[in-house]
Ligand binder design. Sequence first.
Ligand code: DGL
Length: 257
Amino acid sequence: MSIGIFDSGIGGLTVFKEIAKEFPEADIYYLGDTARVPYGNKSKETVIRYSVEAANYLKGFGIEALIVACNTASSYALDVLKENLDIPVIGVVKPGVETALRFTENKKVGVIGTQATIRSNSYLKLLEEKNIQVFQKPCPLFVPLVEEGIVSGEIAELVVKQYIDELVNKGIDTLILGCTHYPLLKDTIKKLYPHLKIVDSSQAVAEHLHRENLHLNGSGKRKIFITDESESFERFKQMLIGNIPLEKIDISQLCTL
Ligand code: DGL
């Protein structure tokens, strides 16, 4: 089976890595929209338009399922994508919520993400349906921090504390990392708050796919496309998944679909 994954940029490679590890035989096509990143501070309409274009591009490779790795796109565009595509479309929000429901004992869950994801209340709505008390916080400094490779040490710890102390003080026992970049800060978060259970959406999606019983066998092909050159993408890719070559596509190819 061939599967498409898209994200606004580099962060979805955390999902790519997990899917490639769990389903080595699947053919995987990844699109990182590096020309238009970040999505996290864009309007709903713009996020939907970009997401539909990215999905249509990947559809051209005959993908049989689409993973929306970007939390912002999952929060705003999932329903539109499901309506427009005749293949399974899997976002990261529902799998993250499912994992949090298994983890939490005191029913107090923190959610962190981009401004847009938090504004959408996508996690909050699903969690509140299950009588979970939710504490949300946008963490806009996390994405640039991760893109600069500052994921541990004094500066990373200060920024993590700046955002997360407040949620921990509310008594949460579980924290959803509702953004593709945040798994890279997981070790620092764990070090500062060892008692917290942490939901990493990349792992949550892989677990969700196992439960869905999709037959993800193929020839193990890996293709990674980006819409603009990006040094941080190259660095991040090397660190996470090694030498898979990048192919740059012209953004106009997406916009005409
Ligand atoms: N991929 C985005 C997300 O998971 C983070 C980066 C961005 O703002 O585009 O929400």
